[in-house]
Design a protein around this ligand. Structure first.
Ligand SMILES: *Cc1c(COP(=O)(O)O)cnc(C)c1O
Length: 457
């Protein structure tokens, strides 16, 4: 009885899958300050042109450059595990599979797009990249990727996470990158936040403002900005996860997957595992695709579908997405990677088109599920990934009640070995559940007034 399937190196997918080519409606374009679709040239100070082209591409399949494959082959194809120990602990007739993205150099799926983005920046003649990071997973991934391509790297890390997870900075430094807590006094955006609230713990929206400003204000013109989630090209790079999983399930003789589950922060690991299955769903397969978010940052389940900025200062174009408002400040829950006010436009669109079902969970249930997973499968999951695990456990229990088989696939987006503070707080009984109040939700949405609204169809 094998518990793990590993594809041979030569079976690694050679192309990424672009869902934009298959969605029932064309994606809505990002809008500039004048309310009109942004011209690609207007983004050229922020991103290299090769990535801007990918961002806007309608091609269904996009070739993965050899240089990117070569680096990914250090840790890919990643294993697909059958969670037999978890299944028997639950006594469920469901077969539970998970894709293990924790085996990457920094312990999460984020390396998949970091390597691709570093490659395209290097190819475009960029010397230095800036970025933001929440829990530190993205910062360490882009730091690793920059080390591979000889790029300089500077990361603005959300201050509460910087304090909770000091080893992430050490990781970034180890890969040769610089990491500063955000809000910092180095940018106009950071200084403005600090002037208004000197004790600000920061947010992803603030850190993005700082990193974008630092890129576009470099007088040499050879600095660009990178983003770890949300944008179409980032989601594209992650589809290698689901494409591998499909091959692996087929190798195991699984013909039909009933449910595909992933946590959502900005939406990239979800897109990575789910989009190749959403293609099947568009083509007629019945698959329940579930995006799981924290109840304290319920973007898909309680946020409206609007045009909003990706960052707090409003430097980014307006994206058509579910949002809690770009000034929204989520509670300091331990799943730092899920504390983002917005959502990838492509993921939002799959919800609007009825292809994805969104649910929200409380952190205590997620940590309980993480402990069960650790004690059965032997992997300590990232607090973010524990949201997917908790939902998979709910579904497996339901299968038991119904006495019916089903095949559940979830994405283990990363391990939690850098997040042991969260585990310690949980086991000491220090964590509590957070439900976003209706007042806080309404307050967060006030910043959307006056922004354009996506046309309903
Ligand atoms: C960043 C991160 C997430 C959330 O980001 P997405 O873009 O929604 O995937 C989830 N899990 C892990 C381990 C992360 O590092």
């Amino acid at each position: 009885m094998s518990n793990r399937t590993i594809l041979a190196d030569h079976d690694i997918p050679r192309q990424w899958y672009n869902l934009a080519a298959d969605l029932p409606h064309a994606p809505l374009p990002p809008l500039g300050p004048d309310g009109n679709p942004v011209n690609p040239q207007a983004l050229a100070a922020v991103f290299p042109m090769n990535l801007i082209e990918q961002e806007m591409s309608q091609e269904r399949w996009i070739s993965i450059p050899d240089e990117v494959l070569e680096i990914m082959l250090r840790y890919r194809p990643t294993p697909l595990h059958r969670a037999r120990a978890l299944e028997s602990a639950l006594g469920t007739p469901a077969r539970i599979y998970f894709k293990n993205e924790s085996v990457s150099p920094t312990g999460s799926h984020k390396v998949n797009t970091a390597v691709a983005q570093a490659f395209y920046n290097k190819a475009a003649g960029v010397k230095r990249v800036t970025s933001e990071t929440g829990a530190g997973q993205w910062g360490s991934s882009i730091a690793f990727a920059c080390s591979q391509f000889g790029l300089e790297c500077k990361v603005y890390m959300v201050k509460v996470s910087f304090q909770q997870k000091p080893f992430r900075k050490v990781m970034m430094n180890t890969f040769g990158a610089e990491c500063v807590p955000s809000p910092s006094s180095e940018t106009n955006a950071g200084r403005a936040i600090l002037a208004a609230d000197p004790g600000s713990g920061g947010s992803l929206g603030i850190a993005i403002s700082e990193a974008v400003e630092a890129a576009v204000s470099d007088p040499s013109g050879r600095t660009r900005y990178t983003l770890g989630s949300v944008l179409n090209h980032v989601l594209l790079h992650q589809t290698i996860i689901g494409l591998e999983a499909k091959k692996q399930l087929a190798a195991l003789g699984e013909r039909k997957v009933n449910q595909v589950i992933a946590c959502v922060g900005g939406g990239s690991n979800f897109a990575g595992i789910a989009f190749p299955f959403i293609q099947d769903k568009i083509n007629g397969s019945q698959i329940d695709i579930i995006a799981v978010e924290p109840a304290s940052c319920p973007t898909l389940t309680r946020g409206p579908y609007v045009y909003d900025h990706g960052d707090v200062a409003g430097l980014t174009p307006l994206l058509a997405m579910h949002s809690l408002g770009h000034t929204f400040m989520p509670d300091g829950i331990h799943a730092g990677g899920l504390r983002y006010h917005g959502m990838a436009p492509l993921v939002s669109q799959t919800v609007m088109e009825g292809l994805t079902r969104a649910v929200s969970l409380q952190q205590l249930e997620c940590f309980e599920s993480a402990l069960l997973f650790a004690r059965t499968e032997g992997i300590i999951p990232a607090p973010e990934s524990s949201h997917a695990i908790a939902q998979a456990i709910r579904e497996a229990r339901q299968a038991k009640e119904e006495g019916k088989e089903r095949v559940i696939l979830f994405n283990l987006s990363g391990h939690g070995l850098m997040d042991l503070n969260g585990y310690s707080d949980f086991m000491e009984g220090k964590l509590v559940d957070h439900e976003l109040s209706r007042e806080a939700l309404a307050q967060g949405l006030t910043c959307l007034e006056g922004l354009p609204v996506p046309a309903s169809r």
